[in-house]
Design a binder for this molecule. Structure first.
Ligand SMILES: [Zn+2]
Length: 202
């Protein structure tokens, strides 16, 4: 009987006590030597690739040292993950793993695409875009209005990246009906995460 109770308790815990998850999962990452030596150097040629601390193998490609200091990018990614876990969970750590191999390329100029989709899933021809998710790990992000990460599309692109890790595609038409994945909750999460970035003034 006692054995049964213990098994039931442990099963219950397995289901409902996720334990070490959430943003703290990143903070356990030691401040490795690799991160200390991977710094932006004003005197070297740009673009430069820099390791993003706390995110294992994540990197950013920067056009200058101000866009953006690596700890700002790391903080923005932590804020993203915090919100993702709050909204959707990450029991299998697929999102964490996707973030840990992501490469964020920052751009100083917007791009023009022959075809893009707006938030409602409507086709836009010759669209000016401020961000692009190029593969399961590559994200391109314009530096943002007023040179702030909170006013860039980083959080938006990380949602595409995460949906890709979960569903095999990033749902290019957002809340449109061509592909599924992106919901109104994802759009709401972006607003909330961006507000948190603003409170950190990044
Ligand atoms: Zn998009």
């Amino acid at each position: 009987m006692l054995k049964k109770i213990i098994i039931i308790i442990s099963m219950f815990c397995f289901v409902s006590c996720p334990g070490h998850q959430g943003t703290s999962a990143f903070l356990s990452n030691n401040y490795k030597k690799m991160y200390k030596t991977s710094v932006c150097d004003e005197n070297r040629e740009f673009p430069q690739m820099i390791m993003i601390p706390f995110f294992e193998n994540a990197t950013q490609v920067v056009p200058n040292c101000e866009t953006y200091p690596k700890h700002q990018t790391a903080l923005a990614m932590m804020v993203f993950y915090h919100h993702w876990v709050k909204y959707f969970g990450d029991n299998e750590l697929k999102i964490k793993q996707a973030l840990e191999k992501a490469m964020v390329t920052w751009g100083t100029k917007k791009k023009t695409l022959k075809l893009a989709y707006n938030m409602e899933g409507k086709k836009i021809v010759n669209a000016t875009v401020i961000g692009l998710t190029q593969s399961s790990s590559l994200v391109w992000v314009w530096q943002g209005y007023g040179h702030k990460i909170s006013e860039s599309s980083l959080i938006h692109e990380l949602i595409h990246l995460s949906l890709r890790a979960l569903n095999g595609h990033g749902d290019f038409d957002h809340e449109g009906t061509k592909r599924d994945g992106w919901t109104a909750e994802h759009t709401k999460m972006i607003i909330e995460a961006k507000n948190m970035l603003r409170s950190f003034n990044i």
